[in-house]
Design a protein around this ligand. Structure first.
Ligand code: BES
Ligand code: MN
Ligand code: ZN
Length: 514
C-alpha cells in the first residue's frame, strides 16, 4: 500500500540545473598582463629558472632564487610555495613541474587543479595570471589542460549552506598559442568539466530530494535546448509492460517509483550503430530488507554515481557536437525496506525472461542493470556497451582508490581500457570473469541468483550482468564503488563524490567517433 504525496518540491524548479557555486572564467593571452596582483609560475629546475620565474628573478635582483633556497623549495611535480612581494608582483605561487618524460595531459590537468586548491578559490574572488610557456610537455596546448584541471577542481556543493562560496575566479593563461588554446578549452574541455560537475551535483544531493523522478527532472532541465538530443522516460507502467521485473522489484519498496531514463544523442549518421552507456542509478541504497549497517550508510546517497556519470558524459559529447551516436541508459530506483519491498528468497522475472532468485536485497545494482542492458541491446542494437556502477565493496577492497575495476569477456579489450584510462586521467585495472563465477550464481529454484557464496564479489556481480549481455557484443563493465567517493581531496576534485567516469567515458567516446 503506497501513499504518494502529490506536489513534491522539485530541484529542477529550484534552479538546480544552473550551478549555485562560484564560477570560474578563463582567458588565453600571449603576453604577460601587467595588472594582475596574483601570478602563478611553474618551476622545472631551481638552479635554472626559466620563463616567467627567470624574468621575476632578474627584476627582483635575485630575490626569488634566494627565497626558493631559503624555503628549501624543490620542483617535484605538484610542490607549491606561496610568496608575497617579489619585485613588483604582490603575490606569487610557485608550482613544481619537473617531469623527466614530459607532462601528460592528465598531469597538466592535475597541475591546473593544484592551482585552484592552493588558492582556495571558491572562498574568495581571485584574479590571477598563470604562466605556462616553460612547461615541458608533448601536449600542443598545455594551457587549455591547465584551465580544464582548474575548472574541474573549482567546485563546491553549497546548496544547503547559509554561506555560499561566491568567490569567482578570473584566470588568465599566458601562452604562445592563445587562440587555439582558447578554442580547445571553450569548445571542448569546458564541457567535460561541466559534465563532471553535473555528475557531482547529482551524486552529492541527499536522497530525500534526489529520487528517480527528480533525477529525470534535473537531466531534462540541463539538456534543454541542446541539439540532437532526445530524452525518453519509462515510468512504472512502462516498466511493468516491458516485464522489467528486476528494475520493478528493486524499486517497489520505495514510495518513489523507479524510472528508466534514456538520453539519445544523434551526432552521426543514422546507419552508424550507437555506443550504449548504462549507469546504475540507485538514488539511495539502504540495502532493502537485507538492511545495511548504520555506519557510513549516509554515503549511499551517491549510489547513483554511475547513472550520473552517464548523464555527465552525454552532456559533454552533445554540447561539443561529437560525431558519434551515443545513448545513455539510466535505470533509477530507491532501495528501501518496507512492506512492499522484495524479500530475500523472492524470485524476479527479468525482461530477458531469465529468472533471478534474490539472495540479498543489497545486491540490487546488478538487478536494475540486468533489465537496462537487455533493453539497450534489444531496442538500439549498439556496437559496444559499457556499464558503470558503484556495484561492490569488493572492487574497492581489491583495487582501492587508484583504479576502478574493469571486467570484460576479452582481455585485449580490458588492456585497451587501461590505455583509455591512462589518457583520460581515470585509471582502470582488470579483474577476471571465469566460468566458475557463473557457476557460483546457479540457483536451485530459479535460472540464476543475485549473489554467490562470497568471493570474488566484483567478478560475481559482473557475471550477473554478463548473463544479460549478448556474447558477441564488445562489453565493458566498470565497478566504481571503490573510486568515486573520496575521503580526501585530490588535485582535480574536493572530497566526496568526484564524478568518476565522465573523463574515462569521454575518452572512450572520442576513440570511437568519426
Ligand atoms: N552500493 C553497494 C556497493 C557499494 C559499497 C558502493 C561501498 C559504494 C561503496 C552495493 O549495492 C552493495 O550493497 N553491494 C554488496 C553486494 C553483496 C550484497 C553481494 C557489497 O558489496 O557488499
Ligand atoms: Mn546494495
Ligand atoms: Zn548499491
Amino acid at each position: 500500500m503506497k501513499l504518494k504525496s502529490l506536489a513534491v518540491f522539485s530541484l529542477a524548479m529550484l534552479g538546480f540545473s544552473s550551478p549555485l557555486f562560484a564560477k570560474a572564467s578563463f582567458e588565453f593571452i600571449t603576453s604577460a598582463p601587467s595588472d594582475k596582483k596574483l601570478h602563478v609560475v611553474f618551476i622545472n629546475d631551481v638552479s635554472h629558472l626559466d620563463g616567467m620565474s627567470q624574468v621575476l628573478d632578474q627584476k627582483s635582483g635575485g630575490q626569488l632564487s634566494k627565497l626558493i633556497q631559503l624555503n628549501k623549495f624543490t620542483p617535484e611535480k605538484g610542490n607549491t610555495l606561496h610568496l608575497q612581494m617579489i619585485g613588483t608582483v604582490g603575490s606569487l605561487l610557485l608550482i613544481g613541474s619537473q617531469d623527466k618524460d614530459g607532462l601528460s595531459a592528465p598531469e597538466l590537468q592535475d597541475l591546473g587543479g593544484k592551482i585552484a586548491s592552493s588558492l582556495s578559490s571558491t572562498a574568495e574572488s581571485l584574479d590571477l595570471a598563470v604562466h605556462v610557456e616553460n612547461l615541458e610537455t608533448a601536449e600542443a596546448l598545455p594551457s587549455a589542460h591547465i584551465a580544464y584541471g582548474y575548472h574541474l577542481r573549482h567546485y563546491s556543493f553549497d546548496r544547503y549552506k547559509t554561506k555560499k562560496s561566491e568567490g569567482e575566479s578570473d584566470v588568465t593563461l599566458v601562452t604562445t598559442n592563445a587562440v587555439n588554446a582558447a578554442k580547445l578549452y571553450n569548445s571542448d574541455l569546458a564541457y567535460i568539466a561541466q559534465g563532471v560537475h553535473l555528475t557531482r551535483d547529482l551524486a552529492t544531493e541527499p536522497g530525500k530530494n534526489m529520487y528517480p523522478q527528480a533525477f529525470v527532472d534535473v537531466v531534462k532541465a540541463k539538456f534543454k535546448g541542446i541539439k540532437n538530443v532526445d530524452i525518453d522516460v519509462l515510468d512504472m507502467r512502462d516498466i511493468k509492460k516491458l516485464k522489467m521485473g528486476a528494475l520493478e522489484g528493486v524499486g517497489q519498496g520505495s514510495i518513489n517509483d523507479p524510472r528508466l531514463l534514456v538520453i539519445n544523442y544523434r551526432g552521426s549518421q543514422k546507419t552508424d550503430a550507437p555506443i550504449a552507456l548504462v549507469g546504475k542509478g540507485i538514488t539511495f541504497d539502504t540495502g532493502g530488507i537485507s538492511l545495511k549497517k548504520n555506519e557510513g550508510m549516509w554515503a549511499m546517497k551517491s549510489d547513483l554515481a554511475g547513472a550520473a556519470a552517464v548523464a555527465g558524459t552525454l552532456y559533454a559529447s552533445a554540447q561539443r557536437g561529437e560525431n558519434v551516436n551515443l545513448i545513455g541508459f539510466m535505470p533509477l530506483a530507491e532501495n528501501m525496506p518496507s512492506q512492499d519491498a522484495i524479500r530475500p528468497g523472492d524470485v524476479l522475472e527479468t525482461m530477458k525472461g531469465v529468472s533471478i532468485e534474490i539472495i540479498s536485497t543489497d545486491a540490487e545494482g546488478r538487478l536494475i542493470l540486468a533489465d537496462a542492458v537487455y533493453y539497450a541491446q534489444q531496442k538500439y542494437r549498439p556496437k559496444m556497451l559499457l556499464n558503470i556502477a558503484t556495484l561492490t565493496g569488493s572492487a574497492g577492497r581489491a583495487l582501492s582508490d587508484e583504479y576502478a575495476a574493469v571486467i570484460t569477456r576479452n582481455f585485449e579489450l580490458s588492456q585497451k581500457m587501461m590505455d583509455v584510462g591512462k589518457r583520460s586521467g581515470e585509471n582502470v585495472w582488470p579483474l577476471p570473469l571465469h566460468p566458475n563465477h557463473f557457476k557460483q550464481i546457479e540457483s536451485p529454484i530459479a535460472d540464476i541468483k543475485n549473489s554467490g557464496a562470497g568471493n570474488p564479489g566484483a567478478s560475481i556481480g559482473a557475471a550477473v550482468v554478463a548473463t544479460f549481455i549478448d556474447e558477441d557484443l564488445p562489453w565493458i563493465h566498470l565497478d566504481i564503488a571503490g573510486v568515486d567517493w573520496l575521503e580526501a581531496d585530490i588535485d582535480v576534485a574536493p572530497k566526496g563524490s568526484q564524478g568518476w567516469g565522465v573523463r574515462f567515458m569521454d575518452q572512450l567516446v572520442r576513440d570511437n567517433s568519426k
